[in-house]
Ligand binder design. Structure first.
Ligand code: ANZ
Ligand code: ZN
Length: 826
């Protein structure tokens, strides 16, 4: 069999495409716009199979939109600041910039060879000063709105990367970058106030529920973690005039169990614990705190862990009953959730009960659930039941057995006396954005001994990262920028006195929280983006990328978009209309990894089978969300299919542009049905099925050529042209080869979607016979699937049948769809 040379075709068409530049968005309003967005890569190393998969899937959509006549925005850029590249550079003793930009060039070259339909004129890198100038500008605007602020608190610390991490970057207690166990440190850091947007981030997911994967929404919902409950204020008893009366608030989801609170617990690492600690407990407390500081949150929350804690030598007063309860410090209460203090109700909360058991504290049941008394069994009873032992001073819940009413009544009582109020609490924390690392966007703030925090004026942006070539960039716990004397020492923009720049850099996720907006006008110099361009293109119609970003990047981008909306800079509140998560490419049932030695090299696969075969294999493997086990794939089979499709184009002898009406009807029907179905399948993201349908059409056409209507039939040309256009979404080189052989000018990528003739989609008809009194009175052409009632109605309406029935009464109609109607009349 003849074949085309893959390598030659790849060289040839790449040059032609670069010349024609078919994928540059016209951006002139002449056509309806579509924004196809894919998560931009980190420049660590060359592209791998995962990139190949996501780009192949994403490109089906982008190329389809081009064929449908939309003006498509399909941009590419690099998320080029950040830890992974910085760490890799340090390991190789290279400067992060050198390493990063070299990788970008390698990846860009690979993307071009891989023939992704990117608009290269919009390329951006977040580590370019033209880009991060606006990251800094946005930071300053957020700060003006009180949405970027500095505070001191215990933060997640990666001892390996020697930097703080956002909560979202701690996975199972480990650094999601390097896997080291995360510890806590008390540090003053910059935060974005995401918590102000918690409710809106939650509410607006409603509008995404049909277009985003449910598991992503569920993960975000869970991360935001909304809880309804109440704040309850407890007075702390003054100790014989030594200290002032103090009130401490707790957050509880069960205010109705207030009478069961037998002790009070403050997070050991909260400032409050230190403040409350009585002098005689100081030593015990300090040594306990040292121990707690070494623990990760995961350890602290583990329910099977023995409870530890220290009595603080103080008592809190129950605001309703007046009961005195001891105040403890413990690690199972977290400093940064709720208020960092809890009223412990051991009877109905297992963590509190474990603590009570460990320290021999009282257990009082206040909800009788019918289960054995927790004081005896040490099994808490969190369920519903009837209130007991819950009354004082003319107030009582006793006998009531409805939790909702119980909560309402106790909260009303607390509110009336000014000791509490109902409250909603979120698990979501503010986003810690400073990093003690070099390769990131500098924070545009100057710290002045006289003026305090001073923003760098807009006209002095960007604060450019110093080069520091030859300096030691290894993580040391403080940013390498702090040691760059020339850079860090500046005149205060406000008073002119000696001051210092903030030497931390921003989390890379800040850079990636707005890049999709920048793509709309990447060369704009009057702001982060041109509002008109953003209005034209955003929100992105389709976002494609990995589920590993389900929380971090997607939550942060949603937050940024909402803030920009509130600033009046964009007129929408959600950045991504639809989201698709691809599965993983694995090998032999396992994730590819160096240690398993099961990595598959993308470059080698392309060298061996060609770009198209690799792309086709990845798209054909299964539904996009499913993992692909490369060991089960057959790229050589894909290549064989592509050659078979291509051979069709050499067999066509009907002239270009000839009339097709007289062509073979069966083949025409197959073609038009395939094109119509392909459109629906692509809209439903069933790309693998779409490919299967193209394969069928190739087989049908081959049969028609060899054993049917023959190669000269215009229906053959029509079929092969359709195959070329459909294949252009997946196998652009092969499609271009076919298109040229069919006598067309490049590029098939912009040939346009074949127009479907609806008449050719009508199912084949069958002939139904209508008899009246045993005599055939009519023959009807009907659809094979016609319903009995429809067939009967059609028979009755036939003029020949009506004539035969004139003057008669219909006694009985027997319908055998789709072939026969028998009418008995008399
Ligand atoms: C009394 C109580 C009685 C509670 C009861 C539960 C059951 P979610 O649903 O996760 O919001 N809590 C509050 N702040 C805490 C902190 N900083 N660290 C650890 N635990 C804390 O949980 C809210 C409940 O978790 C609160 O309601 C509080 O215990 C505890 F039968 O208060 B509860
Ligand atoms: Zn100053």
């Amino acid at each position: 069999d003849v074949t085309y040379d893959v390598e030659t075709a790849q060289k040839k068409w790449r040059a032609v495409w670069e010349d024609l530049n078919p994928f540059q968005a016209a951006d002139d309003g002449s056509r309806e716009r579509r924004y196809a967005l894919t998560m931009f890569p980190y420049p660590s190393g060359d592209l791998h199979m995962g990139h190949a998969e996501v780009m192949a899937l994403h490109d089906v959509i982008a190329r389809y939109w081009w064929q449908r006549g939309y003006d498509v925005l399909n941009p590419i850029g690099w998320d080029s600041f950040g830890l992974p590249a910085e760490n890799a550079a340090i390991k190789r003793d290279e400067h992060p910039a050198t390493y990063t930009y070299a990788n970008i060039e390698t990846q860009a070259e690979s993307f071009r060879r891989y023939a992704v339909s990117f608009d290269w004129s919009r390329r951006l890198h977040t580590s370019d000063p033209e880009y991060y100038r606006w990251t800094q500008w946005l930071f300053l605007r957020f700060r003006e709105r009180g949405l970027a602020y500095r505070k001191s608190s215990p933060v997640n610390w990666c001892p390996n990367d020697q930097t703080v991490l956002a909560n979202e970057q701690v996975v199972g207690g480990m650094c999601d970058r390097c896997g080291a166990e995360v510890t806590k440190r008390e540090l003053t850091q910059w935060y974005f106030k995401v918590t102000d947007y918690a409710q809106r981030l939650l509410d607006d997911m409603e509008g995404l529920k049909d277009t985003w994967p449910e598991r992503v929404l569920a993960m975000q919902r869970n991360w935001i973690g909304r809880s309804e409950g109440a704040y309850v204020d407890f007075d702390i008893e003054p100790r014989d005039g030594q200290d002032e009366a103090l009130s401490v608030t707790v957050f509880t989801t069960r205010p109705d169990t207030l009478y069961g609170a037998t002790f009070f617990v403050v997070a050991a690492d909260a400032k409050l614990a230190d403040e409350l600690c009585a002098p005689e407990q100081r030593e015990a407390f300090d040594s306990y705190l040292t121990q707690v500081r070494k623990e990760s949150d995961i350890d602290r929350l583990a329910s099977d862990r023995p409870k530890t804690g220290v009595f603080l030598g103080r008592h809190a007063v129950n605001p309703v009953s007046g009961e005195r309860i001891p105040v403890w410090a413990a690690d199972y209460v977290l400093a940064d959730y709720g208020t960092g203090a809890v009223m412990a109700v051991p009877a109905h909360d297992q963590r509190d009960l474990d603590f009570a058991q460990a320290f021999d504290l009282p257990v009082r049941m206040v909800v009788d659930t019918g289960e054995p008394d927790p004081a005896q069994t040490f099994v808490a009873t969190p369920g519903d039941g009837t209130y007991v032992s819950s009354s004082s001073d003319g107030f009582s819940l006793d006998g009531l057995s409805d939790k909702v009413t119980g909560i309402r009544r106790i909260v009303e009582r607390l509110e009336a006396e000014g000791h509490g109020r109902s409250a909603v609490n979120f698990r979501l924390r503010d986003w810690l954005l400073s990093r003690q690392r070099f390769w990131g966007c500098p924070i545009p703030i100057v710290h002045c001994p006289t003026c305090g925090e001073v923003p760098v004026p807009d006209d002095q942006l960007p604060v450019v990262l110093p080069d520091l070539r030859g300096a030691d960039l290894k993580p040391k716990g403080t940013s390498p920028l702090a040691a760059a004397e020339d850079w860090v020492n500046v005149d205060c923009p406000s008073c002119g006195g000696p001051a210092k720049r903030d030497s931390d850099t921003m989390d890379t996720f800040v850079d990636s929280s707005w890049y999709f907006l920048r793509y709309c006008s990447p060369h704009y110099t009057d702001g982060p983006f041109d509002p008109d361009a953003v209005r034209d293109w955003m929100p992105a119609h389709q976002y494609v990328g990995g589920v590993e970003h389900a929380i971090l990047h997607l939550l942060y981008s949603r937050f940024f978009t909402k803030v920009l909306h509130d600033m009046g800079m964009v007129d929408f509140e959600e950045p991504f209309q639809a989201l698709m998560n691809q599965g993983q490419v694995i090998n032999q049932g396992k994730a590819m990894s160096k240690s398993l030695g099961n990595g598959v090299n993308l470059g080698e696969m392309i060298d061996r089978y060609g770009v198209d075969a690799v792309r086709l294999t990845l798209v054909f493997a299964g539904p996009p969300e499913d993992d692909i086990d490369w060991a089960d794939m057959s790229p050589s089979g894909s290549l064989k299919f592509l050659q078979r499709a291509w051979r069709l184009s050499g067999d066509v002898t009907a002239p270009v542009g000839g009339a097709v009406d007289a062509g073979d009807v069966a083949l025409r029907k197959a073609t038009h049905r395939t094109v119509a179905d392909a459109a629906q399948l692509i809209d439903g993201h069933r790309f693998n099925v779409m490919v299967a349908r193209v394969m069928e059409l190739v087989n049908t056409t081959r049969k028609a050529i060899d054993a049917g209507c023959g190669p000269a039939d215009p229906a053959v040309r029509e079929a092969v042209e359709a195959v070329a256009v459909l294949l252009s979404l997946v196998a652009p080189y092969t499609a271009e080869e076919m298109w040229a052989r069919l006598g067309h000018q490049p590029t098939v990528a912009r040939a346009g979607w074949p127009v479907v003739d609806e008449a050719l989609l009508v199912e084949d008809s069958v002939t139904a016979v209508v008899q009246v009194q045993g005599k055939v009175r009519a023959r009807l052409e009907v659809a094979p699937g016609i319903a009995e009632a429809d067939l009967e109605a059609a028979a009755m309406a036939d003029p020949g049948v009506q004539r035969a029935l004139e003057g008669k009464t219909v006694r009985k109609v027997i319908v055998r769809a789709p072939k026969l109607v028998n009418i008995v009349a008399g």
